[in-house]
Ligand binder design. Structure first.
Ligand code: ADP
Length: 468
C-alpha cells in the first residue's frame, strides 16, 4: 500500500495544493521584488535630477567656480564613495570633479554626450565598476548652456537590501513549500478519513458477514451522506441475500414432498407383487406428483420472467368483460359444488391492451383462492368496473380473511398463512398474479371485507380514460 501512495487522490491533491500555494507565493514575491527594484531606481534617479538642478542654480548665481566648490562639498557631505560629480564641456573635456579615487574606473560615455547634444534632457545609465564590481546609476545633464554634469550614485545600499530580500524570499519559499505540503497532506487525509472508513468496512464484508456498517459521524457532510447511502445499500443487499436464502430454503422444502412421494411410489413398485391395477395406481400417483413438481417449477420460471425485463408476453386489444365472464363460467360448476352464492357485477365492453392468457391466469388464481379459502356455503362476488383512470377487477369472498400483518407477505413466493396450510397449494399463485398485473402496469392488493372474508383488487390502467 505504501509503495502506491503516489497513486492516491490524497497525494495528488496535496501536490496540487502545495503547488498552487507555492506558485501564488512565488508570483507575489517576484512582483514585490520588481516593485522594490523599480522604487529604488526611481528614488536614485530623482536624487540625481535634484542634485543636477542644484548645480544649474549655483552656476546661475556663482558661475563655474561655485559649481566646482559644490561638487567637492556635496560629495564630501554624502560620502565620496556614495556619490561623485564631474563637470565637462560638451566636447567631453573635464574641468572639475569631486574626489574621484573611488570612481576612477567610471568613464565619460561619448554616446551619452551625443544623445544629450541631440536634445535629450538627461541621459541615465547603470554601470558596473570594473574594479569592485559594484553597480552605480549615472546621469548626464546640461547645467549651463555649455556645461554638462555627469553625476553618479552607488547602488550598493540597494543591492544589499535586495540581497537580503532574496535570502528572505528563498527562506520563505522553502517554509511555504514544506508547510503547504504538510498542511495539505493533513487536511486531505482528514477529509478522506471517511472514505477510508467506508473502504475498510467494504473490505470487512464477505459473503457470510453482511452485518458490518460504516460508522456515521452525524455531520451530514458529503462523506456522511455517502456512508448513509452505503449503509442503506448494505441493508438492501442483506435483505436480498436473506430473502434469497429463504426462497431457496422454501424451494428445497416444497420440492421435497412431491419427490419423496415419487420415490415412495417407485419403492412400492419394487416390492409389489405382480398386480397390474396396483402398478397403474402407482404410475398415476407418480404422474400426479411429477405434474405438481413441474407446475411449481414452471410457475417459478414464469414469475422470474415476468419480474425480469425479458419475457414472452404478447399484448393485444382484449375485451376484459368477455374474459372475466368466460373465466367465471369455467369456475361456476366448482363454486356451485361448494354451495357458494356467486354474484357477478361485470360492466360490459371494457377493453384494454393485455396478454389475455396471462391476465386470465392472474384472475383465475384470485377466483381459485376465493373458492379454496371459503368454507362450504359462503359467498363469492366478482366485480369488473372502471374507476377514473383505472380498471378494477375485484374478487370478494366470505372466507377466513387475512391477518392484516400478512397483507404484503402473501404476495411473497411460497408464503402461506398458518391457517391455510391444510388446503392444497404452493404459495406461488399470488406472487405470479402480482407479477402479471405489474407487467401490465397495474397491481394487486388485498383488504379484509367489512364483515367477513377478503377482497382482492387487481387494477389495470384504463387506456380509454385519456380518450374520454
Ligand atoms: P396458495 O393458495 O397456493 O397457498 P397463493 O400465493 O395463491 O398460494 O396464496 C398465498 C396465501 O395467501 C395462501 O396460502 C393463503 O394463506 C392466503 N390467501 C390467498 N387468498 C386468500 C383468500 N381468498 N382468503 C384467505 N387467504 C387467502
Amino acid at each position: 500500500m505504501g509503495s502506491r501512495i503516489t497513486q492516491t487522490i490524497a497525494f495528488r491533491l496535496t501536490l496540487w495544493f502545495s503547488g498552487i500555494f507555492t506558485i501564488c507565493a512565488g508570483v507575489t514575491f517576484i512582483l514585490f521584488y520588481y516593485l522594490a527594484v523599480q522604487t529604488f531606481e526611481n528614488q536614485m534617479d530623482q536624487e540625481l535630477i535634484d542634485r543636477t538642478s542644484e548645480f544649474t542654480a549655483i552656476i546661475r548665481r556663482n558661475g563655474l567656480a561655485g559649481a566646482r566648490e559644490l561638487a567637492v562639498v556635496q560629495a564630501q557631505t554624502a560620502g565620496e564613495k556614495v556619490i561623485f560629480f564631474r563637470l565637462m564641456y560638451p566636447s567631453g573635456e573635464v574641468f572639475a570633479t569631486s574626489h574621484m579615487s573611488h570612481w576612477k574606473g567610471v568613464k565619460v560615455q561619448p554616446s551619452a554626450l551625443s544623445r544629450l547634444m541631440e536634445g535629450h534632457k538627461g541621459v541615465f545609465e547603470t554601470i558596473q565598476m570594473p574594479a569592485t564590481g559594484e553597480k552605480a546609476r549615472i546621469l548626464y545633464g546640461f547645467v549651463a548652456p555649455n556645461v554638462i554634469l555627469q553625476s553618479g550614485i552607488a547602488m550598493n545600499t540597494h543591492a544589499r537590501f535586495l540581497l537580503a530580500f532574496k535570502k528572505v524570499f528563498a527562506g520563505a519559499m522553502a517554509f511555504i513549500i514544506i508547510f503547504s505540503a504538510v498542511a495539505g497532506w493533513l487536511l486531505v487525509r482528514k477529509a478522506f478519513s471517511g472514505v477510508e472508513r467506508i473502504t475498510a468496512t467494504a473490505r470487512r464484508i464477505t459473503g457470510s458477514n453482511l452485518a458490518a456498517r460504516v460508522k456515521q459521524t452525524g455531520s451530514r457532510d458529503e462523506l456522511d451522506q455517502l456512508a448513509e447511502t452505503f449503509n442503506s445499500m448494505l441493508d438492501r443487499i442483506e435483505n436480498l441475500v436473506k430473502s434469497n436464502r429463504e426462497i431457496s430454503d422454501n424451494i428445497a422444502h416444497d420440492l421435497k414432498s412431491p419427490i419423496t412421494q415419487i420415490r415412495g411410489h417407485a419403492e412400492l413398485a419394487l416390492v409389489q407383487e405382480d398386480n397390474l391395477e396396483d402398478y397403474r395406481a402407482m404410475a398415476a400417483n407418480t404422474i400426479e406428483a411429477s405434474d405438481r413438481l413441474l407446475d411449481m417449477i414452471n410457475t417459478m420460471l414464469l414469475i422470474s420472467k415476468a419480474q425480469a425485463q425479458e419475457d414472452d408476453f404478447s399484448f393485444e386489444p382484449v375485451d376484459l368483460s368477455q374474459m372475466v365472464e368466460e373465466a367465471c363460467d369455467l369456475f361456476e360448476p366448482l363454486i356451485e359444488d361448494k354451495g357458494h352464492r356467486f354474484i357477478k357485477e361485470i360492466e360490459p365492453s371494457i377493453e384494454t391492451i393485455a396478454d389475455i392468457r396471462m391476465l386470465q391466469r392472474a384472475f383465475s388464481n384470485l377466483l381459485d383462492n376465493a373458492v379454496k379459502y371459503t368454507p362450504y356455503g359462503g359467498m363469492i362476488r366478482v366485480t369488473l368496473c372502471t374507476a377514473g383512470d383505472l380498471i378494477e377487477i375485484r374478487v370478494e369472498d366470505s372466507g377466513m380473511g387475512i391477518s392484516p400483518e400478512n397483507y404484503e407477505n402473501i404476495f411473497k413466493r411460497f408464503f402461506r398463512e398458518e391457517s391455510s396450510r391444510t388446503s392444497p397449494g404452493t404459495g406461488l399463485g399470488l406472487s405470479l398474479s402480482r407479477a402479471i398485473a405489474r407487467k401490465h402496469s397495474g397491481d394487486i392488493f388485498v383488504e379484509n371485507a367489512p364483515e367477513q372474508g377478503s377482497i382482492f383488487t387487481l387494477t389495470l390502467p384504463n387506456r380509454n380514460a385519456d380518450v374520454i
